[in-house]
Design a protein. Structure first.
Length: 333
């Protein structure tokens, strides 16, 4: 297992700075107005961090961070992360969350998706190197492609169609992982790689194309719930609060190896649609459409590494998570 090489301690970790001022750690969150980035920002602020959020609002929304207006420990910068990142002062942690993450987004924005995974990751790593900060990249279970190994451990190299319609997202994340490890090895940057599996919760966009908001929106409107293919393909769903806690623990850990964070509870799309119908009390019926190209047939994380290294596993049940998520969609236009 790879470990972070010895390096000069950053202001967040040096004993001198701890004893002298105990200054609040400073975190930069790219994609900080997005679904997960905004929830991470909330967690960091609750744990005493000062947060600088960077987002160009292509897929993020100011509504996700409106409640932070006036918070003296929060600053928002509207900027494309593929541009040069100049920030005065100390930075202790860089959390690189920026990227389109839903099929609708990255199919409409394939070049931008590739750029944020390559140029954006390069700029974020450059900021971490300049500031002597710890760096975390949010990778994805999509790097496993349509997996031939089930469940998927971090040691699995994947089955990805590089030139298919999903390749722009899959390859942007695979390149981002490779670049992160290159900075780790060549520049001694303390890096962390999290591979996120399907996650859901409040602040998801109603029309972002992912299965949770799609099914919930259709069910609340009593419209047919659309299942692609025969519905026997599987997914596993992790509630956002569990995921963000796992990511936080990974950043604070001492491992540079990729770590899966997700919920290993697996169910078919048919089962999931039935769960949504029951939870919403909907009159929706299920309809089937052709399966999109390269859509994974199975998706379930092996979280052995997360349990061992981070003492982490998901706590929120699907019923609990769906209840709060459905309530959010009921009150959000």
């Amino acid at each position: 297992m790879a470990t972070s090489p010895k390096r000069k301690a950053s202001p967040a970790t040096s004993s001198k700075s701890k004893g002298a001022s105990k200054a609040a750690p400073v975190s930069v969150v790219t994609g900080g107005a997005g679904f997960l980035g905004s929830h991470l920002t909330d967690l960091l602020l609750s744990r005493g961090h000062k947060v600088i959020s960077i987002d160009n609002l292509v897929t993020g929304s100011v509504q996700n961070i409106d409640h932070l207006s006036g918070n003296p420990n929060f600053r928002f910068i509207c900027q494309d992360v593929t541009e040069f990142l100049f920030l005065p002062g100390r930075v202790d942690y860089v959390w690189h969350f920026a990227s389109p993450a839903s099929p609708i987004d990255y199919l409409e924005l394939p070049i931008q998706t590739l750029k944020v995974g390559s140029l954006g990751t390069h700029k974020a790593l450059g900021l971490a190197r300049d500031k002597g900060a710890r760096f975390l990249i949010t990778s994805t279970s999509e790097i496993y492609g349509d997996p031939l190994v089930h469940p998927q451990p971090e040691s699995y190299w994947g089955n990805v169609n590089t030139i298919g319609p999903r390749g722009c997202y899959d390859e942007s994340k695979r390149f981002a992982e490779a670049l992160t490890m290159a900075y780790h090895r060549q520049h001694n940057i303390p890096t962390r790689i999290v591979r996120i599996f399907n996650t859901y919760g409040p602040r998801m966009r109603r029309n972002d194309g992912r299965v949770v908001p799609a099914f919930i929106s259709q069910a609340l409107a009593n419209k047919p719930i659309t299942i692609f293919g025969d519905g026997k393909q599987t997914r596993s769903f992790c509630y956002y609060s569990d995921l963000i806690e796992g990511i936080y623990r990974l950043m604070m850990s001492e491992t540079s190896d990729p770590v899966n964070i997700g919920n290993p509870h697996e169910l078919t799309m048919l089962q999931f649609a039935e769960e949504i119908i029951a939870a919403t009390g909907s009159k929706s019926k299920i309809v089937h459409k052709p399966l999109p190209q390269d859509d994974p047939k199975q998706r379930r994380p092996d979280i052995t590494r997360a349990k061992a290294l981070l003492q982490w596993e998901p706590k929120v049940t699907l019923a609990e998570g769906l209840k709060s998520t459905i309530e959010y969609f009921r009150r959000t236009p």
